[in-house]
Write a protein that binds this ligand. Sequence first.
Ligand SMILES: CC(C)(COP(=O)(O)OP(=O)(O)OC[C@H]1O[C@@H](n2cnc3c(N)ncnc32)[C@H](O)[C@@H]1OP(=O)(O)O)[C@@H](O)C(=O)NCCC(=O)NCCS
Length: 150
Amino acid sequence: MQVPHGDYLISDDPARLDVAAIHAYLGCSYWAEGIPLDTVTRALQGSLCLGVYTADSVQVGLVRIVSDYATFAYVCDVYVLEAHRGHGLAQAAMKAALDHPKLQGLRRLNLVTRDAHGLYARFGFTPVARPDRYMEKLTPNAYRKPAAGA
Ligand SMILES: CC(C)(COP(=O)(O)OP(=O)(O)OC[C@H]1O[C@@H](n2cnc3c(N)ncnc32)[C@H](O)[C@@H]1OP(=O)(O)O)[C@@H](O)C(=O)NCCC(=O)NCCS
């Protein structure tokens, strides 16, 4: 899948992903701070990833989707580098993801966000209707290196 957006290109080609650039961004993000490179690599390999690229093929954004491609998908690692924000790239990448042939007919899509609710609301995402039914098992320090000698 290749979707042009102005001078940019949105692509699902895994070979185009710039793992080092993605790691550099995610490692400083509020949701994946300190994530190791090999964890990012495995996460990308196990996901459907839509990269956002400049005309020079520099990766400036990502939407990563974890899915069984039949019933459920989890949308994560959505970002656009600061210098490229405000041009509709996140919306275009989200639309490309939701239009992707592998993600049709799903019953449920989930995501977690701190402050970008307005972005996702445009695509039909709502607050969880029955939070009493939702559970999670969270390991907040999962990416923290063990202290030396521990
Ligand atoms: C959120 C983010 C991906 C948006 O990227 P972008 O390419 O600038 O977004 P777009 O140009 O497609 O526009 C997004 C729209 O959602 C709206 N929006 C709602 N919440 C937002 C938020 N927290 N940040 C940015 N835009 C937000 C914007 O106002 C905009 O609508 P508008 O065009 O009517 O003003 C980008 O700001 C980013 O990478 N932020 C840091 C990482 C992040 O928070 N990712 C989301 C994690 S769930």
